[in-house]
Design a binder for this molecule. Structure first.
Ligand SMILES: Cc1ncc(COP(=O)(O)O)c(C=O)c1O
Length: 467
């Protein structure tokens, strides 16, 4: 704020937030990615939120919103968990000599020990600051350790958006215009023959996959991970599990690959929920021999490092998060509550012809819509599909938010799938609220006319206009 006497001196965060409260959307439009406020205005998501706790946040009028998105999965414990919050206050108040870079502070070792306890076949951890960085590290480690160059990945895969991670992204929409990327190759998820064909070429360092793909919520078919692991071992290539979204209990196991017995990836990437959502964090866990190759001599001590990696705030938040997960049995809750939510939603498939499938594991759930049988609905559906695939799912996300104050997302471009990744602490109350709201929106959609379809026509106009 400036006055006649010039800018006010000193820094007061509370005052700044109050003084500039009305400018958040304008500031974003002016200085950051201007398409975000534009998109939010278009779909009526342009709220002003005041505070958040657990699985809810509240707008300036005091209305509560149920969060079924968890900040793209970072708030596994919900927002502002008191134990994580206290750990952060404590670590800042402790005034530690952090990041000297020439000592071995206690917190990274403690978090490494605790994290590795969940995957006993892995022996070492590299800490970084995000999911994409954890994936970049995994790709570099695999290449160096095997002396090979090529990485295999799945169609529709998402592993982050920096250049290396983008090279193993299975969607053209993300890649286009950013090439040339690394020389990597895609195989369909679940296709062992395609995997073996590529492996036989003898130049593959690793195969990276999400045990359940974020895009569309597609799980690897039963037995696929173990069979893929056997093929990889036979061809001396590594298995990288990207658990950035699925890890830390999301799917009802600590890691999603643990759903299948005998799967022991050589490298595992995690991030998101590891710090309870407060502090950016990422971690790449690997077998000991991989670290021994990468860091093979004292000269190579900094061959792969990150200035902020293993900072005290991230490590303290990570330790507190893992402690809370154990104390509050978060993983078991994700399994039980996820089963309940999925079962109740799956029971609606027979009732609603536009609802085709409910799938996923734990609290990672995909709701897929598809072509209706009745003539009454088919016209509207066909018009939406002709304009742009994914518009019907958007038509559902919007009333869930505007009418029922529930935040969800369409699970990727051109997909008729909504993805639910709520905080892992939700219970029956949230399941009831979601199922009731979803039923109301589905009832509305199956009338074939009314506000929801009017909105569909607006979406069609926009989609056609932007072609
Ligand atoms: C499976 C997976 N890997 C990697 C990433 C990238 O993580 P970040 O956004 O922290 O870079 C994501 C993000 O959504 C993800 O879902």
């Amino acid at each position: 704020m400036t006055s006649d006497a010039g800018p006010e001196k000193g820094f007061d965060l509370g005052r700044l937030l109050v003084e500039r409260a009305g400018e958040r959307y304008a500031l974003h439009a002016r200085h950051l990615n201007h398409q975000l406020p534009r998109m939010l205005h278009t779909i009526g998501f342009d709220k002003v939120y005041e505070r958040a706790e657990g699985a809810y946040f509240w707008d300036e009028d005091g209305h509560d919103y149920l969060d079924m998105l968890a900040g793209f999965g970072v708030f596994g414990l919900g927002r502002h968990h008191p134990v994580v919050r206290k750990a952060l206050h404590d670590v800042i108040d402790a005034g530690l000599a952090d990041l000297t870079r020439f000592d071995c502070p206690p917190l990274p070792g403690l978090l490494g020990e605790r994290l590795l306890a969940h995957s006993p076949h892995l022996e070492r951890v590299f800490f970084c600051n995000s999911g994409t960085e954890a994936v970049e590290s995994a790709l570099k480690f695999a290449r160096y350790a095997t002396g090979r160059r090529r990485i295999l990945y799945c169609d529709h895969a998402f592993h982050g958006l920096t250049a290396g991670s983008l090279s193993v992204n299975g969607e053209d929409g993300f890649r286009k215009g950013f090439d040339p990327l690394l020389p990597d190759s895609a195989v369909p998820l679940g296709d062992l023959d395609a995997l073996e064909r590529e492996l036989r070429k003898g130049d593959v360092a690793a195969f990276i996959l999400e045990p359940i793909q974020g895009k569309g919520v597609h799980a690897a078919p039963p037995g696929y991970l173990r069979a893929a692991q056997e093929l990889l071992r036979r061809h001396k290539a590594l298995l990288i599990a990207d658990e950035v979204q699925t890890g830390l209990g999301r799917t009802g196991d600590f890691y999603a690959y643990q759903h299948e017995d005998g799967v022991e990836p050589d490298i595992v990437a995690v991030a998101k929920a590891l710090s309870g959502g407060y502090v950016p964090v990422g971690a790449t866990l690997a077998k000991g021999w991989i670290f021994e190759k990468v860091y093979s001599s004292m000269d190579r001590v900094l061959v792969h490092s990150a200035s902020f990696g293993s900072n005290a705030q991230a490590m303290a938040a990570g330790l507190a998060t893992l402690a809370v997960m154990e104390d509050e049995r978060t993983v078991a809750n994700a399994r039980v509550t996820g089963d309940l939510l999925r079962t109740r939603l799956a029971a609606l498939v027979d009732r609603y012809e536009l609802l085709h499938d409910v799938r996923g594991r734990g609290l990672m759930i995909g709701i897929e819509f598809g072509r209706p049988k009745s003539l009454k609905l088919r016209g509207g559906w066909t018009m939406l599909q002709a304009a742009r695939k994914g518009l019907f799912a958007q038509m559902v996300v919007v009333p869930l938010f505007q009418r029922h104050r529930i935040l969800t997302q369409v699970s990727g471009d051109h997909l008729e799938v909504i993805k639910l990744i709520p905080p892992l602490i939700i219970g029956e109350r949230e399941v009831d609220r979601f199922v009731e709201a979803f039923t109301d929106v589905m009832d509305d959609a199956h009338r074939g006319s009314g506000l929801m379809w009017d909105f569909g026509r607006t979406l069609i106009k926009q989609a056609v206009g932007s072609k």
